[in-house]
Design a protein around this ligand. Structure first.
Ligand SMILES: [Zn+2]
Length: 455
C-alpha cells in the first residue's frame, strides 16, 4: 500500500513538475518573441526589398537565397531542395471594358488575368456576356445560349459564413474550374467575380486549372465593385459588348527550390517535426499575409529555440515551400523525397492562413493524436489558443498525409484575410507586428510540446 502511495506521489509530482516546466518554457517563448522577435523585420525585408515572388520569377529566386542565408544564422544546416516549377508570366497590364453601353458609353473595369490562364494576345476577346451564378445554371443555359459568348461567373462568397475560408471554399470553384466548364459550351472567354467579401476596386488573382482535352479559354478576375456594376449594366441593357485583353503566357518549367533547414534532435534525431509556409506569392502582391507571414513564423520557431537555449529532443525542420500558388510542386517534391529517404515525420505544421491574431490549430490526424494535442490546451489557452476541433492543415504539408503524418494548421482569425488575398493590397502595412509575433510564439509553443511528448 505504501509503495502504491509512493508511486502515485511520484507520478503526480512529476506530472505537476513537467507541467510547470512546460508553462515556464512557453512563457519564455512568448516573452522572447514579443520583446525581441525578429519575425516582423524578416517579413519587412521579404516583402519590401524582395517583394512579389511568383514561381520562376527573379523575386522567387531572390527569396530562396534570402531564406537560405537567414536560416544559416540559427540552424545546424540548410539545404536547397531542387524542384522544377511552372513559369507563368502576366505580361503587360490587362484591359477590360464594356464598349457600347447606350447609357454609359465605354465603361472601364478593373480586371486581371487569372493565374495560369492563356492570354488573348493583342487582338483581345470581344463578345456579349452570359452571367451565371453556378455551373448548374451554365448547364441549363447550354450551348445554344453560351456559344460564342463570354461567361461571367458572379456568385459572391457567402457572407453569412463565420469562417471566411468556408465562404472562399464555397465560391472558388468558379475561378479554378469555371474556364473549362464554360469551354464545354463553346464560350470564348471567362470573367470571374473576385474572391473577396468587401466592395473593392482591385481584382484578386489566383490559379485556374484547365481540364485536359478541353479548349483553354482566356480568363480574368474582375473587382467585386465592378462585378456588381457589370451585373447592373447587364440588367439594364441586354446587348452590351465586353472587350478584354491579356498578355499572359506559360513558359517552360523553371528550376527552383524548397529551402530546408533544421536543428538536429538530441535524443531522437530520426524523428522529424516539420514546420513551414510557402515562399512563393502571386505576382500582384508582396505576399505579406500569403504567405510571407507563415514563412517568417516558421523560421522564428528555430530562432526562438536557439535564443532561449532550448535543445530539442527531436529534429525540428523548417521548410519554405516553393510554388504553392500555382502548382504545389514544392510540397509534392518534399513529400516524395521524404518517402524516398524513408524519413520519419511525426508531425507537420503549416502557417498559411495569414499573420492575424492566433485562435488555435486545425488538424487532420487520428483521434489519439487529436486527443493528445487537445490535452495541452490548458497550457495554450492563456495565450488565446482555444480552437483545436476543426479539420485542416496546409496545402504544402498535405502530400505528407499519404505517409500517415499528422497534419496541423496554424489557425489565426480569418475575418480580414480575404480583403487582401492574392491582391496588390497584400502588403506589409496590413500586418500587425504584434499579431505576427503572437503567431510565431503559438507555433513555437505547440512544436515545443510535440517535441517534449511526441505524438
Ligand atoms: Zn498561401
Amino acid at each position: 500500500m505504501r509503495i502504491v502511495l509512493l508511486c502515485l506521489f511520484v507520478i503526480c509530482y512529476s506530472a505537476a513538475y513537467s507541467q510547470s516546466n512546460d508553462a515556464s518554457a512557453i512563457k519564455q517563448i512568448y516573452s522572447e518573441e514579443l520583446s525581441r522577435g525578429k519575425s516582423y523585420s524578416m517579413l519587412e525585408y521579404l516583402t519590401t526589398t524582395i517583394g512579389a515572388r511568383l514561381s520562376g520569377s527573379p523575386g522567387a529566386a531572390a527569396a530562396v537565397e534570402w531564406g537560405r542565408h537567414e536560416l544559416d544564422n540559427f540552424t545546424d544546416s540548410v539545404f536547397l531542395q531542387p524542384v522544377m516549377v511552372p513559369h507563368w508570366i502576366r505580361g503587360q497590364k490587362e484591359v477590360g471594358r464594356v464598349i457600347n453601353s447606350k447609357k454609359r458609353g465605354v465603361v472601364e473595369m478593373n480586371v486581371c488575368a487569372l493565374g495560369m490562364s492563356v492570354g488573348t494576345g493583342p487582338s483581345g476577346v470581344t463578345g456579349s456576356i452570359v452571367e451565371v451564378k453556378s455551373f448548374d445554371e451554365l448547364k441549363q443555359l447550354g450551348e445554344k445560349n453560351v456559344k460564342g459568348k463570354i461567361v461571367f461567373f458572379n456568385r459572391p462568397m457567402d457572407p453569412s459564413k463565420f469562417n471566411t475560408f468556408e465562404a472562399y471554399g464555397g465560391a472558388v470553384e468558379q475561378r479554378a474550374l469555371g474556364p473549362s466548364e464554360a469551354a464545354k459550351y463553346g464560350a470564348t472567354g471567362v470573367i470571374v467575380r473576385s474572391m473577396g467579401l468587401n466592395q473593392e476596386d482591385y481584382p484578386h488573382t489566383g490559379g485556374l486549372r484547365y481540364t485536359v482535352n478541353i479548349a483553354k479559354l482566356p480568363a480574368i478576375a474582375i473587382s467585386t465593385k465592378h462585378a456588381d456594376l457589370l451585373s447592373k449594366i447587364l440588367k439594364e441593357e441586354k446587348d452590351i459588348q465586353f472587350y478584354f485583353e491579356t498578355h499572359c503566357e506559360t513558359l517552360p518549367d523553371a528550376p527552383s527550390y524548397n529551402v530546408v533547414a533544421e536543428i538536429k534532435g538530441s535524443e531522437f534525431p530520426n524523428e522529424i517535426i516539420v514546420v513551414g509556409g510557402h515562399l512563393d506569392s502571386w505576382d500582384l502582391a508582396q505576399g505579406a499575409h500569403d504567405d510571407g507571414a507563415g514563412c517568417v513564423q516558421s523560421m522564428e520557431v528555430l530562432r526562438l529555440f536557439k535564443v532561449i537555449g532550448y535543445k530539442p529532443k527531436r529534429t525540428i525542420r523548417v521548410v519554405l515551400f516553393m510554388n504553392e500558388e500555382n502548382g504545389l510542386r514544392g510540397g509534392l517534391e518534399y513529400a516524395r523525397q521524404a518517402e524516398l529517404k524513408k524519413e520519419k515525420h511525426i508531425a507537420a505544421v503549416e502557417s498559411d492562413d495569414g499573420g492575424f491574431t492566433p485562435r488555435g490549430f486545425t488538424m487532420t490526424a487520428t483521434e489519439a493524436v487529436r486527443t493528445k494535442i487537445k490535452s495541452w490546451k490548458p497550457l495554450l489557452e492563456p495565450y488565446g489558443l482555444y480552437s483545436f476541433d476543426n479539420e485542416g492543415g496546409g496545402a504544402d504539408i498535405g502530400p505528407l498525409q499519404a505517409q500517415g503524418v499528422p497534419i496541423i494548421g496554424f489557425l489565426p482569425d480569418s475575418q480580414r484575410y480575404f480583403d487582401y488575398h492574392h491582391t496588390q493590397e497584400d502588403t506589409i502595412d496590413k500586418v500587425s507586428k504584434r499579431e505576427l509575433e503572437l503567431g510565431a510564439a503559438s507555433m513555437a509553443s505547440l512544436i515545443y510540446l510535440i517535441d517534449q511528448y511526441g505524438l
